[in-house]
Design a protein around this ligand. Structure first.
Ligand code: MG
Length: 299
């Protein structure tokens, strides 16, 4: 009789997004020193991959207007990768100036969502990302790429997995070392969370594949488990479960890293993260959030 129901890896990698994806939608500006403190606490907890900020125009995301100061103020621990989300080439230039060795790009499979997010068609965004990869390579900067709305779009509804596959292959061919499949508004089902990563992972030849789920009353963790079963070994999470969008009531927080880490540790899977210290960093992150306390519980 088979006694294990799936292949259990010895370890997985956690990509911590709280300082960027978690804080970005916060409506009240969070002082720079508190953002720095959060990144330092995550570093101390053993996080080795931290999305620290975003080089997006402050007109669009005022919360990230202090990107340069945050990166100048954090304690950069050797062996830890600090990255920034960049929407365009200007963002890449600023990231290079700030001494980053990794940037993160984003494109949605949904045309409506991409236009809302980046003000152009997804194909145009892909062209820009190709150019970003070219310049990043010349500067020894690694590129990680999100694909948003992979599991459904709040505007367009169901999204074909083939579209996500097509984009993932394009991003890999441009040079992305990792592609992260984003469930932008917490719409994914565990079946999708198994089948879509499985489909895409089988076709990628070089880039690794990650998953990025958003909260829906715990279903996000069922999705993480389903993706683990599909062979995924990189999981995005935000300490404190922060994130969402103040202008879209349906948009929920990111999958909470503390729960992801606890789940894997219970399964005997190493994350390299100190669960207690992470919990304390997550609690600290929650004290910075106004949004968290604005969510009507019964909505
Ligand atoms: Mg997110």
């Amino acid at each position: 009789m088979k006694t294990t129901w799936m292949e259990i890896p010895k370890s997985v990698s956690i990509f911590e997004v709280c300082p960027r994806d978690g804080l970005q939608p916060e409506p009240v500006f969070i002082p720079t020193e508190k953002k720095i403190e959060l990144v330092n606490r995550l570093t101390d907890a053993g996080c080795t991959r931290i999305e620290a900020t975003s080089f997006v125009h402050p007109k669009w995301v005022p919360q990230m207007a202090d990107a340069r100061a945050v990166l100048a103020g954090i304690r950069r621990k050797p062996g830890v990768t600090y990255s920034a989300l960049i929407p365009n080439m200007r963002g890449l230039e600023l990231a290079i100036e700030a001494g980053l060795d990794e940037v993160v790009t984003i494109v949605s499979t949904s045309e409506s969502h991409n236009r809302k997010n980046l003000n152009c068609a997804p194909e145009e965004t892909l062209r820009q990302i190709e150019e970003i990869n070219r310049v990043a390579r010349q500067n020894n900067v690694r590129v990680r790429s999100y694909i948003a709305t992979v599991f459904g779009c709040p505007i367009e509804g169901a999204m074909p997995p083939e579209k996500a596959l097509e984009f993932a292959l394009a991003l890999e061919s441009f040079g992305a070392y990792e592609v992260s499949l984003g469930d932008t508004t917490g719409m994914a089902s565990p079946i999708q969370a198994f089948e879509i990563p499985l489909l895409i992972k089988a076709k990628l030849t070089r880039a690794s594949l990650a998953v990025h789920y958003h909260q829906h009353e715990g279903i996000e963790h069922a999705c993480n488990l389903a993706s683990l079963q599909a062979g995924i070994r990189v999981f995005d999470g935000a300490a404190g479960g922060l994130g969402g969008c103040p202008y879209a009531p349906g948009a929920t927080g990111n999958a909470r890293t503390e729960t992801i880490v606890d789940m894997f540790h219970r399964m005997g899977i190493d994350t390299g993260i100190d669960a207690a210290k992470l919990r304390s960093a997550g609690d600290y992150a929650q004290t910075l959030s106004t949004l968290l306390h604005m969510h009507p519980e019964t909505e």
